[in-house]
Ligand binder design. Sequence first.
Ligand SMILES: *Cc1c(COP(=O)(O)O)cnc(C)c1O
Length: 229
Amino acid sequence: MESEMQERIASVRRRIAQAAQRAGRSETDITLIGVSKTKPAALVNEALACGITDIGENRVQELLEKLPALEGKPRVHLIGHLQTNKVKQVIGKTTLIHSVDSLKLAKEISRQSLEAGMVSDVLLQVNIGRDENKFGFLAEELPEALQEIALLAGIRVRGLMTVPPIEQDSAKTRAHFQSLYKVFIDIPQIYDNIKMEYLSMGMSGDFEIAVEEGANLVRVGSAIFGSRA
Ligand SMILES: *Cc1c(COP(=O)(O)O)cnc(C)c1O
């Protein structure tokens, strides 16, 4: 008999596969990130045992506390806002930082990475809904920011991420994802350390729409781990 965790993961994977199929895409191009924030390491290990390969956390402290208890070396994604004074603590601990939302943060990640003798892979967070309460570059700020980021030897930009505003109307959510996809494909591939490979969008409530609109990283929390307090 399948455990509840197995069933939930299988259901999410099935829905990703169906959305991919509707869009004429291959499900193997889409990586499911299990967002384990607020959930104990034991539950994360259960998900890892069920085949989850990538986990996402939104807070540095929680990430650092949980990491040593995780079994099987998952890829680790930092998806929440990162304060510059915490950068040093996460360098070398993440596979991908999704939430680079300012030039100042990019510079600090680069500086600390070089100091640690490495280069960090990141995504740039785009505030696609122009939401005053959300972090991220505005789309029109990107060309200039990219020129500056191109000079940062300690950082490699692998793509874009967004958290769109919560909409009642799923057509609006889709429009946000379409806008980010357009930004993603329009960025000129002219800088050595900036390649548009990953598009991180879609959460429990909207990952199917995101997959239909081109996401290849989806960040799914409650649909895998249950609702949060
Ligand atoms: C919490 C969180 C998610 C996952 O949210 P769910 O709705 O539980 O799937 C995805 N992305 C970010 C940035 C988050 O903070």
